[in-house]
Design a binder for this molecule. Structure first.
Ligand SMILES: O=C(CO)[C@H](O)[C@H](O)COP(=O)(O)O
Length: 227
C-alpha cells in the first residue's frame, strides 16, 4: 500500500481565541502537525469567525502549517489576503467554485499556498473528482463530517463512503475529515482512508489534549501504515 502520512490538525475554533498564540504553541508542543483555522463569512455558513488579520497576527508567533478552511461564498476574494497573512493551505468549497475552480486553484498555487477542496455533507463526492484530476489539481480533499459552521456537532458516519471512494481512487491524496472526530469516531475515519484529522472539541475539551492527539495519530498509522 502506498502510504500517506497522518496530519493531526486541532481545530482552533475550539481554542481560547483570547489566547490564540499560546493555544497554537500548546497544540504544536503536544504533537499536532497542523493548526486548522476556520474562516467563516456569516453567509456561506451562519457563523462568523476570523479572517486574514487574525491569521497574520498568529503567523508572527508560529511557523506551523496553518490549514485554512474557507467557509465563504467568494473564495477568490480571499486568496491574496490569506497568502499575504501567512496561510499555508487554502481549502475552498466546491459548492461555490463550480464555474471558476481552475482559475481559483491556479491563483492559490501562484501564491505558494497549497490548494484543497471541501465538500458539505449533502454534496456528492463525484463533484470533486475533476478538481483532483485536473491539470492543476488540488492537493487535498476535505470531507465535512458535520454541516459546516459550528464545532461540537455529531460525526456523520455515512460520510465515510465518500472517504472510501476517494481513497480507492487516489491512494496518495491527502484526505481530511472535519467534524465530530475524537476517540470514539477516529477508527471509522482512519479505516475509510482519512489521513488528515481535524478535531476541535475532543482535543480542547480533554483533560490531556496530548493524549487525544496521540490516539488520533495512532489510529491513522494503524489503519494506513506508510511504506
Ligand atoms: O469546520 C468546523 C465547523 O465548521 C470545525 O473545524 C469542526 O466542526 C471541528 O470541531 P469539532 O471537532 O468540535 O466537531
Amino acid at each position: 500500500m502506498v502510504g500517506v502520512s497522518p496530519k493531526i490538525a486541532p481545530s482552533m475554533l475550539s481554542s481560547d481565541f483570547a489566547n490564540l498564540a499560546a493555544e497554537a504553541k500548546r497544540m504544536i508542543d503536544l504533537g499536532a502537525n497542523w493548526l486548522h483555522m476556520d474562516i467563516m463569512d456569516g453567509h456561506f455558513v451562519p457563523n462568523l469567525t476570523i479572517g486574514a488579520p487574525v491569521i497574520e497576527s498568529l503567523r508572527k508567533h508560529t511557523n506551523a502549517y496553518l490549514d485554512c478552511h474557507l467557509m465563504v461564498t467568494n473564495p477568490m476574494d480571499y486568496v491574496d489576503q490569506m497568502a499575504k497573512a501567512g496561510a499555508s493551505g487554502f481549502t475552498f468549497h466546491v459548492e461555490v467554485a463550480k464555474e471558476n475552480w481552475q482559475e481559483l486553484v491556479k491563483k492559490i498555487k501562484s501564491t505558494g499556498m497549497r490548494p484543497g477542496v471541501a465538500l458539505k455533507p449533502g454534496t456528492p463526492v463525484e463533484q470533486v473528482y475533476p478538481l483532483v484530476e485536473g491539470t492543476d489539481p488540488v492537493e487535498m480533499v476535505l470531507v465535512m463530517t458535520v454541516e459546516p459552521g459550528f464545532g461540537g456537532q455529531k460525526f456523520m458516519p455515512n460520510m465515510m463512503d465518500k472517504v472510501r471512494a476517494l481513497r480507492n481512487k487516489y491512494p496518495t491524496l491527502d484526505i481530511e475529515v472535519d467534524g465530530g472526530l475524537g476517540p470514539s469516531t477516529i477508527d471509522a475515519a482512519a479505516a475509510a482512508g482519512a489521513n488528515c484529522i481535524v478535531a476541535g472539541s475532543s482535543v480542547f475539551g480533554a483533560p490531556e489534549p496530548g493524549d487525544v492527539i496521540s490516539l488520533l495519530r495512532a489510529s491513522v498509522e494503524k489503519a494506513q501504515p506508510s511504506t
